[in-house]
Design a protein around this ligand. Sequence first.
Ligand code: NIG
Ligand code: FE
Length: 399
Amino acid sequence: MAETLFTGISELVTPATSVQRGAAMRNLSRLNDAAMLVRDGVITWVGTRRQAPAAASVHDLGDVAVVPGLVDPHTHAVWAGDRLADFEARISGVPYEEILAQGGGIRSTMRATAASSVQVLVELARPRLAALRASGATTVEVKSGYGLDFEAELRMLQAVRVLQAEFDLMPTLLIHVPPQDNRAAYVQGVCGDLIPQVAAEHLAAAVDVFCEKEAFSVEETRQILAAAQAHGLRVKVHADQFHAIGGTELACQLGALSVDHLEASGPAQIGALAASDTVATILPGVTLHLGLPAAPGRDLIDSGAAVAVGTDLNPGSSPVFSTQLALALAVRLCGLTPPEALCACTVNAAHALGLRDRGALAPGQRADFLALHSPDWRDLAYTLGASPVRDVWRAGIQA
Ligand code: NIG
Ligand code: FE
């Protein structure tokens, strides 16, 4: 039995252990001169240093702030090729959706990814995941979605499975963009072949669909998500990125874990999320990189929704390799307060992945935590361009 008492915690700051919505997202617990007892990777006690129980070993963190490990609930960290030419075209004025409609954008990443072996995909994704972890992410969701065909989709998920030996990853099957012809047959194949195989091999915990004018319609999304649920998989939707065509409302009806993007959401979509248990996941890196409107994070919280924040790390819309930066951007671009952003990047992000055992520092939770450089946790939301995270602990072990 490995037992360690962590001391030298100037302040231990955490949200509660269950998903928080609306104004409750601001309620953090803040304990000064704290200590935390960890046994076999799980927190067994949290309190002040003076009240700490005796322990087999003591680790002094050096008088710094401690917060829960961040959970990044939305990434596309497995891809091949690059989107540097797209980036140049976009900054000279060509819209993202136009590049996609002309067969570039996501489709160009699909061609490069489909041509790569599992081993190559693993080698390409490893440093990206290492960067996310160094930025504070102890759990990361990774989507497929750059496969031109089902075999390539499966290779992406196999690459995630290989990387699970090194990182805590939650794999999601993403049905991203339809083929340019025979889309009805494609959707049928997704429902009748791909989803059953992914479920049988436990290659993904959830299925996500890009519901958008240039991708899948609401009706196609409904069919795909129904097949996912019939095979025991949770569902998620990329919705309202450019146009609010009904993906958010559908996801809320179906009890989706989360709806992600929401840059084009209006009062109807905000109301649907506020009235549901579905988490609203916002991705401020996309706003920064594509120069598009920000998701209405402030309005979502003020309406009572549960908001999470992710990087959306991908080569086309969000080359953001830091979950801490996503947190800091949610404050600047989406109007979250620092406490709300911490909640959004920890317990609410865990909830968006269906995880209940992490995201807060309390007995029974996994000992996933960050020791900052600073004695004041607010540096986490303040710092841009350097890492305020000194060390990252996963299940009580320094990563
Ligand atoms: O979440 N919007 C759709 N999918 C990704 C972008 C993928 C890409 O551009 O390669 C996103 O933004
Ligand atoms: Fe995405």
